[in-house]
Ligand binder design. Structure first.
Ligand code: PEP
Ligand code: MN
Length: 270
């Protein structure tokens, strides 16, 4: 692939690893868990406790929600980040949240440990340049119709703006199949491993949109060689204000984390 001055894997180059607190991204298996959206203090606190109990190493929660309809719940905004930060502190987990607007980048960078760029903004080049200027790791999600070349070029925007801490996330692409929300492109994991030195994680929640498919696709993603997973989990999924069908319960997250841990150990001994 041409033009990838910084994202491409050069011969003999080591894979990118960086530390955030006690966590070494790219070496330790990353398990990001938490609700689709921060909804209330009680909800995010409860979710944080489950994430910690499951052994997740990052707590997620959306505050700026990109929704298809302007009338859907669009997140608590800046106030939501205060709640997420409080919950993360309470259980001792770093936090991640999505930023959708260049005007919020500084605020999110100041209050979150990781910044997420969502699929819908993968090619929002001014946003990519803005998160490239702050001193926070960025989780870049693959656009729903993006090729791997486009995906890597988006990472290049962040890297070339002087932020070397980029994590890629495969979250499914849009196909003709309506049964699942998207189609998880698992071949992207080994393909990206060969093309780039950046860590690659998988989000089976948005990829499938179906709770019962999250565990099998998590295990498949581990087998494909991913460096981590991002899983949506809600204390009471049926009451969730967004993505109710795909969020796991706390108990389901704990079970998933146990199996994923075994699968990672198994993979290491293959
Ligand atoms: C999310 O992770 O909250 C999200 C909206 O995912 P995506 O951008 O992959 O659709
Ligand atoms: Mn969601």
């Amino acid at each position: 692939m041409n033009g990838l001055k910084l994202a491409a894997c050069k011969e003999g180059q080591e894979r990118t690893c960086f530390t955030v607190g006690n966590l070494c991204v790219g070496r330790d298996f990353l398990l990001i868990a938490g609700p689709c959206s921060v909804e209330s203090e009680a909800q995010i606190m409860e979710a944080a406790k489950w994430a910690k109990a499951a052994g997740a190493n990052v707590l997620r929660g959306g505050i700026f929600k990109p929704r298809m309809s302007p009338y859907s719940f669009r997140g608590l905004g800046r106030e939501g980040l205060e709640l997420l930060a409080k919950a993360g502190k309470e259980v001792g987990l770093p936090i991640i949240t999505e930023v959708t607007d260049t005007r919020d980048v500084e605020f999110v960078a100041k209050n979150a440990d990781f910044i997420q760029i969502g699929a819908r903004n993968m090619q929002n080049f001014s946003l990519l340049e803005e998160v490239g200027k702050v001193n926070r790791p960025v989780l870049l999600k693959r656009g729903m119709t993006a090729t791997l070349e486009e995906f890597l070029n988006s990472a290049e925007y962040i890297l070339s703006s002087d932020n070397p801490r980029v994590i890629l996330c495969e979250r499914g692409i849009r196909t003709f199949e309506p049964y699942t929300r998207n189609t998880l492109d698992l071949s992207a994991v080994p393909a990206l491993k060969a093309l780039t030195h950046l860590p690659i994680i998988v989000d089976p929640s948005h990829a499938t949109g179906r709770r019962e498919l999250v565990l099998p696709m998590s295990l498949a993603a581990v087998a494909a060689g991913c460096d981590g997973l991002e899983i949506e989990m809600h204390p009471t999924p049926e009451k969730a204000l967004s993505d109710a069908e795909q969020q796991l319960t706390g108990e389901e997250l704990v079970k998933l984390a146990e199996k994923v841990k075994k699968a990672v150990e198994f993979r290491e001994n293959l």
